[in-house]
Write a protein that binds this ligand. Sequence first.
Ligand code: FAD
Length: 468
Amino acid sequence: MSRELSIVGAGLAGALMACLLAQRGWKIDLYERRPDPRGGPIIGGRSINLALSERGWHALRMAGVDQIVSEQAIAMRGRAVHSLEGNVDLQPYGMSDSHVIHSVHRANLNRLLVTAAGEAGVRLHFEHSLRAVDWDASTLTMDSPTGPIESPFNALIGADGAGSPLRTSMVRKYGLVEQISWEDHGYKELSIRPQRDAQTGADGFKLDPHALHIWPRGQFMLIALPNADRSFTVTLFLPLKGEQSFAQLKDPTAVRAFFAAEFPSAVPLLEDLDQEFADNAVGPLATLRLAPWHHAGKALLIGDAAHAVVPFHGQGMNCAFEDCAELADLLCDSCDLDQAFADFYARRKINADAIASMAVENYYEMRDHVARADYQWAKKIEHALAERFPQRFLSRYAQVSFTRLPYSEAQARGAIQAEIISQLAVANSLSGIDWGTARTLVERRLQPLPEHAQLVAAPSDTSNPDIS
Ligand SMILES: Cc1cc2nc3c(=O)[nH]c(=O)nc-3n(C[C@H](O)[C@H](O)[C@H](O)COP(=O)(O)OP(=O)(O)OC[C@H]3O[C@@H](n4cnc5c(N)ncnc54)[C@H](O)[C@@H]3O)c2cc1C
């Protein structure tokens, strides 16, 4: 079989997938409905930023673009939790300063990946929007600036996002089973402008740039991630309906009163609150569970098209990039697409399901638990266990964000660790814990971590050295 593939969607996963396969000798056609992002203005205005962690970095390293991405990335060492009273508590993510996640600008990252794909020899087709697939004739119908066109394909990879038209076509033709769980919460993006120095005119950050800021308020929360231009992208996650909800925030007076009551320390930072709240739409949040993700050797879905998750673990893109890395490995030696697609699905489905569940759980952790004393006590025990038993015990967050241990294993180990912590949490202080019992529990219940799950230092030493 020829090493030719067509990929629909040149977003984060599609562009990286195309690049990795072209670098391995595949002939790739990449179709994207939006205009070419290289050199032009960023479509969609002020784009959001994303948290990039080890799984994503690994795939970027495979494509040889990690260094250039790291030059634009800002390291975040932990959560800065803002209380209602205005206190800020920095809760580190990892065991050392090198255990960080990075804030990256979505549109810049996308542009960079499309550029790398072009340089690897991918045939790029922008302003080509998939309209229909003729599965029997193996042709795509695309809307293009010159009208509808038909393109033949050998096999398809769908990287066309959560609303994937290719998935819709596969559901209709091949009976893929799709389950979408909508959250009754939504999100709205706002921003914090840079701090302009009146004398020098230089821009600085209004908050610590090396943290992911959270204003947790039980049923809802505000978060802020830094951008390289010294601004922050701020996101409000809130119920869609109810007493404190988007439905109640109908005019600037209601919005200002809500923010003054719930996020008083953020209000002076949100200079464009009225305008941005009025202009920016409320985004929906949902988890997609699909089975299977492929049909024979003809088509395979990856990224959000196969397994969109809620954004609370910062893993949607990282998981999509891990898809790309694993599929590139599988297709490296074999041209048997049928087998490769089936193997990919068998490996990835269980892990996509695991991160989907952990992402939902993380919403409760971020919006509520982080501010509670019992959570903070459990975190102290977790930290102490990880320090004492580094070969076996690693926080679930660290397993997900700083290693490439399969998500399903991180989920299973995390459940055992949570039980151990809750057994030890009856003590009142770390010195009151029976560490002999702790050792027995850890050694009896947790196998040593595999070598590939040993913590990898993130490239904090190379990222954005001018941002301090
Ligand atoms: C608020 C929010 C915050 C998030 N934060 C994080 C984070 O911190 N970390 C993280 O890892 N993930 C995060 N995510 C998730 C992340 O955005 C997605 O998982 C990621 O974008 C998935 O990449 P993708 O390439 O599969 O899909 P997309 O990035 O959506 O790309 C799909 C592409 O397909 C194209 N397309 C669609 N239809 C067609 C068509 N008919 N024809 C041709 N092309 C088409 C689109 O134009 C687009 O370019 C967040 C998501 C949200 C909503």
